[in-house]
Each structure stands twice: as structure tokens, then as C-alpha cells.
Write a protein that binds this ligand. Structure first.
Ligand code: 13P
Ligand code: ZN
Length: 271
């Protein structure tokens, strides 16, 4: 059996956690990631018949039963993942009852999966229903995106339109816009359900005064979406108190979207 620490999925997850930490998106234990794994690939590294522990999840994820996920641990610092993946990460399988996680590897200090598992798994379920290639859910606390939720209306049409105006690439990268949730208690099934509901229409969901969720086929795609929003939010925050002399207007946004052939939210523009 090959060394799981050398597997592409553990290596890429660890590298991504470090990268997110370096961007300042994951202070302390802030943020969490889940990656849907390919069962056959995992068998090269792990005896999948050997369950180390079972951990109740407290919600139903029946449509994911038998699926394997690599997830970050609760309370674990992103800056430490790369040096010690086996303590800070775990491979879980959703058990037959749909409500229990079977730990196959990791969380070696007795730890458990992220407290945001409801939002992660419910988002996986919602996105898999619209996109079979969906594999990654990423949550973090990017500074400018958070700052923006203090000073900008949380109306998702307005929020999206402002982000689109902040950089030419935005409407091309996230043409469906961003979903926005008001402040809610985190780590609960309720915020999980609300996030997943938004994930039917969006690949990005902002949690006001908390952070953001991004999804994608792989870690790069989810990271790139969040990175693009955060850059736009940074430009917004840099210019928010200055007189705006120029902008990308709605007709230019339309030209951009049409030129790149993306299916954008036409109702988010004032045309
Ligand atoms: P965990 O440490 O449980 O992953 O929580 C971090 C976080 O960002 C909560 O929203
Ligand atoms: Zn968080």
C-alpha cells in the first residue's frame, strides 16, 4: 500500500490550506475544506474496510452514503496542516444510516471533523444535483469580503453587481453572482441548510460578518472563485470612501459577458 501522506489528495489539500493561511483567510482555526474522494484512488493508500472510529454527524446525508471525503478537523489551525496532515485532516465515509461518519484515517489526536460539516455535506449534495463533477467545498474568512458585509447592503443582486463592477474578470468568473446569507449562528444544521439552498443557484455564498463558501470540481476552482471575490471586495474597500469617477457600467458588463459567452444573471443588471 502506498503512503497516504504522498497521495495527491492529501498533498494538495495540505498545500491549499497553507496557501489559504498565507492569504490571511484562515486565522487561528478559521475555515474548513472538504474534498470528495475517488474510492478506487483511496484504496491505493488505505484499507477502506478498517474503520478507526464512528462519529455521529447529527444530520442526514443519505444521498452521500458510501462516499469518502477528506476534511479538515474542528479547532485545527490551517497553518499547521502541511506539517502534520494526519492530526489536522481526516478521511471519513458516510455510513449506511446516512447520519454517521466512519473515520478511516487521520484526526490522530482523537479529534473530529469540522463543526461546519452540515454546511459542507449539504452543499456537496446540492451541488452534485446540478453538477456531477462537483468535489470541493471551501470555507474561509477573507478580510475584505467580511469588511464589505459591514458597509454594503446584503441584497445579493446589489452585492453581486458591486463585485462585478470592481474588476473586469468578475462577471466572467462568477456570472451567476454570489448568494448572501444574513448573520446566522455558525456550525449548525440550520446554516447548513440555508447555505445549501443558495448553492442550488450559486457556487459562492457569503456569510455576512463571518466569511464565504466556494465550491468547485477541485481545490483550485473553489480557491480561484474565492480569490476573485476577495480581490473585488478589496478594491471596493479601497475605493468605498473615495469619490467614484469611473466604473464598469451595466452595458459594459453585458458586452463582457456576451463576449466570453457566459450565462450571467441578466436580472442583476439595470438594463
Ligand atoms: P472549525 O474549526 O470547526 O472548522 O470551525 C472554523 C470555522 O471557520 C467556523 O465557521
Ligand atoms: Zn468560519
Amino acid at each position: 500500500m502506498s503512503d497516504i501522506l504522498q497521495s495527491p489528495f492529501v498533498r494538495e489539500m495540505a498545500k491549499t490550506a497553507s496557501n489559504m493561511y498565507s492569504h490571511g483567510w484562515d486565522e487561528r482555526n478559521g475555515g474548513n475544506i472538504s474534498l470528495l474522494l475517488d474510492c478506487e484512488e483511496v484504496k491505493e493508500y488505505l484499507d477502506t474496510e478498517r474503520v478507526l472510529r464512528t462519529i455521529p454527524m447529527g444530520f442526514d446525508a443519505s444521498s452521500l452514503k458510501g462516499r469518502l471525503f477528506l476534511v479538515t478537523g474542528t479547532g485545527k489551525y490551517f497553518k499547521n496542516v502541511e506539517d502534520d496532515p494526519e492530526t489536522n485532516l481526516g478521511v471519513i465515509r458516510i455510513a449506511k444510516d446516512g447520519c454517521t461518519a466512519e473515520l478511516l484515517w487521520g484526526f490522530k489526536d482523537g479529534g473530529r471533523f469540522t463543526s461546519e460539516l452540515p454546511a459542507h455535506l449539504m452543499s456537496h449534495m446540492a451541488r452534485l444535483a446540478v453538477d456531477g463533477g462537483q468535489r470541493t467545498v471551501m470555507h474561509c474568512h477573507p478580510t475584505n469580503t467580511l469588511a464589505m458585509t459591514y458597509v454594503h447592503t446584503l441584497d445579493e443582486r446589489e452585492f453581486t453587481r458591486t463585485l462585478w463592477q470592481m474588476s473586469t474578470e468578475c462577471i466572467v468568473v462568477f456570472p451567476e453572482g454570489v448568494g448572501v446569507l444574513p448573520w446566522m449562528l455558525c456550525g449548525t444544521n440550520e446554516i447548513g441548510r440555508a447555505t445549501a439552498e443558495k448553492m442550488r443557484d450559486f457556487r459562492l455564498v457569503v456569510w455576512a460578518q463571518h466569511g464565504i463558501y466556494g465550491v468547485g470540481k477541485d481545490l483550485d476552482e473553489a480557491f480561484g472563485l474565492i480569490e476573485t471575490v476577495e480581490k473585488a471586495a478589496e478594491i471596493f474597500m479601497l475605493t468605498a470612501r473615495l469619490p467614484r469617477l469611473n466604473t464598469i457600467d451595466d452595458s459594459q458588463l453585458k458586452v463582457l459577458a456576451e463576449h466570453f459567452g457566459v450565462n450571467y444573471r441578466k436580472d442583476f443588471l439595470n438594463l
